[in-house]
Design a protein around this ligand. Sequence first.
Ligand code: NA7
Length: 543
Amino acid sequence: MTQSKKFDVAIVGAGFAGMYALHHFHSLGFSCQVFETADGVGGTWYWNRYPGARCDVDSLEYSYQFSDELQQEWNWSEKYAPQSEILEYANHVADRFDLRENIQFNTRIIAMHWNENSDSWVLESNLGENFNAKFVVMATGCLSKPHTPIFPGIESFTGTILHTSSWPHRPVSFVGKNVGIIGTGSSGVQSIPIIAEEAKSLTVFQRTPCYSIPARNRLMDKEYEEKVKASYSKFRQENAKLNAAISNNPNNQSAMEVDAEERLKTYEQRWQSGGLPFLAAFNDLNLNKESNNTAVDFIHRKIKETVKNPEVANSLCPDTVVGCKRLCVDTNYYETYNRENVKLVDVSATPIEEIINDGLRTSITKYNFDTLIFATGFDAMTGALLSIDIRGLDGQTLKDKWQDGPKNYLGLTINGFPNLFTITGPGSPSVLANMIVAIEQHVEWVGGCLSYLRENSLICIEASEEAEQTWVNRVNKISGKTLYTTGCNSWYLGANIPGKPRIFMPFLGYPNYVTECKRVAEETYEGFLLSPQASDPKPYAKT
Ligand code: NA7
């Protein structure tokens, strides 16, 4: 029988989290192996190759800061980097830091069981291999399990079916094609204007309209880039003090504190400068419905000014709280509905009932097309974790543990699942922070924890049940004061997946979160159970 390979740390996923975890833990002297389903690095940016895919955070911020050489030498071409450039950057990082030799590509981890005899995890891959690791770090991403709604008849469709989140690795031509697209979240909003330019016709099936702010993307402002690079670490430190660790120029006034004229002026300035900072126009847009309504009215007016057909414009105006769902950032999204070849179909009242051989049928009409695109999102934050058969102490499955929603401590560790860490897991700022900043903070916290255990000859770490419950209550208490939980049905709440428990998953407030993580570590890992004994006390060899 072949001996399974042993590592100090197994890392699942080779996106930005997995790559940095590998680099960082190696630098601390731990032996590591990454397992990655794809044949390349990049995670989200490997898979989401749909036309128009780009980041909604400034390039100079959506990048690693762990190496000053790296951040000085890399030049971004645009304010918001396109997917191809972010993927190029991920590949550059993998080469520059010699990461590939410890990444096993084309390998999906399908099961992970805690072995109480050896105090280690046994991982099983789709290739039938077994691996043994003292610690496992889940770097599986927050938006990595695609959601495809189940429509009857899908197998009868004779044209091409695509999903934005698993786009082909070859160019897809829409020239001369009639195209249908389901979904108007960020992926739909980014791809619709570009597909519309090429396709013969594009029919957009919208169940809920989104709020979208013009990106005002442009070539990198070289002067600004030089200024940032001249004091990059200070720039990063300043951003880390902000709620989402993104420089959004927050206005510390309530929308109700200023008169209508000034409010309008503020919104107009934010609309003209573009992007996510729109939501920082006032400090209570996520807290006070009345304040939020003022932003809603402003965006509705912009939509109505842009879209010529009043009926279409009305259908594009959401009636929910702005910012409650992820705000979209676009280039020519609303303008696209003025094109002759684009049709908007509101399926909120007349849902899609079935896919037919040459299109789809709603409850009232039939639509024909050659290509059907699903831009229907993800089973966010918990989907990728729960699609692996994870079993902790006494064989408890993570699926059972999380049947009423995710429960963990600091968004990083789970009671009953020793030596397991989740990077940007539910209960951490994750998707409501700059993801790369959040990733680096998590990886460094885990690195500190692993070093502490080694220095103190400790074998296992596990979140206590009490600390976990207190943490879950804290995450809920913070979000409960906001409009996130009542203003819409978002994927932050799991509301986009039929049957998923409705729990607001991210921790709101990056700076407070970081302070708490630091405090816990300084208080010798308060809230954790640390075990000095193990049934197999042999330390694993360090590389
Ligand atoms: P999103 O934002 O979850 O958007 C998915 C879209 O698909 C949304 O408009 C959904 O409408 C729609 N959808 C889902 N199921 C259906 C059915 N059954 N019928 C009609 N329409 C449906 O995913 P994205 O990929 O666009 O963006 C995900 C994140 O990636 C984004 O927030 C950024 O952070 C990057 P619904 O709103 O549920 O009515």
